[in-house]
Design a protein around this ligand. Sequence first.
Ligand SMILES: NC(=O)c1ccc[n+]([C@@H]2O[C@H](COP(=O)([O-])OP(=O)(O)OC[C@H]3O[C@@H](n4cnc5c(N)ncnc54)[C@H](OP(=O)(O)O)[C@@H]3O)[C@@H](O)[C@H]2O)c1
Length: 288
Amino acid sequence: MDGRAVAAKVRERVAEGVRALRKQGIVPRLSVVLVGDDPASAAYVRSKARASEELGMQGETIRMPGTTAESELIAVIDRLNADPSVHGILVQMPLPKQIDPDVVRRVNPSKDVDGFHPVNVGKLLIGDSGGFVPCTPAGVMVLLREYKVQTSGANCVVIGRSNIVGKPMAALMLQDNENANCTVTVCHRHTADLPSQTRRADILIVAAGRPKIVTGDMVKPGAVVIDVGTNRVNDPKAKSGTRLQGDVDFDAVREVASKLTPVPGGVGPMTIAMLMANTVRAAEMAGR
Ligand SMILES: NC(=O)c1ccc[n+]([C@@H]2O[C@H](COP(=O)([O-])OP(=O)(O)OC[C@H]3O[C@@H](n4cnc5c(N)ncnc54)[C@H](OP(=O)(O)O)[C@@H]3O)[C@@H](O)[C@H]2O)c1
């Protein structure tokens, strides 16, 4: 499954939305707050700002030092909440130790384009489509739809129960609509006999952050396998000495699965595309 191609389609739709908003004098604006100088976070933030600008939106990055106090971050979030020209706010994770990650709850739910605020989490759980859905699981749903994967009645197994990926992913697959309607099992580190669970999956979604945790013998023949994992592993053959590795043993699983996402080029590109889609939606809702 080609995440780059599907993400390009999503971006086209987003660009159309941006053009329509601009005609009304609204320029969607995403403010990303980066605290500290973690190189991976800095790279993610750069790609988010670049994507916003490529689509005709405003992408603003607010950089704060790693020594920032929680109260200082809260003051910035409050300022962005109060600024009507800001439609989406994203606080890049991870935050330095002195700041409670729950600080993201300070973001106004109507600007919470990451979908992490409890109000948006609650809306997802009760099937209220008016909230924001976390970008990575939302991107997986678009991939499944684009590839016409039959979900209704399927057994879906999700490995991982994080608030960012696993739990919202499970909630989406459980929704009462024809693009979901799965019977969902969620696995984690305490799951007894993981392979016996994964072998029952018609759709297997892996978000464990463990390189090659899913091997060929753990997959039911014909299953659809979505690899969310992005692990940096050593590779002496690579120029940088490292490369990205998914949670799935791609070469072994492609022999068994009917559809499979690669890493990179699968779920990753969808995440940023969905962030852009959420920001345009936030701007549309604010303009109403
Ligand atoms: N492509 C993208 O855009 C994108 C976006 C977000 C995340 N990711 C990647 O997706 C992966 C997961 O991210 P995350 O934020 O959800 O990670 P996380 O917060 O570390 O959660 C990992 C989950 O996997 C479970 N797990 C770990 N080892 C396991 C094992 N051996 N057997 C069964 N379950 C196991 C953990 O169980 P416990 O709860 O019991 O600890 C936990 O629920 C990471 O590689 C991350 O980099 C990719």
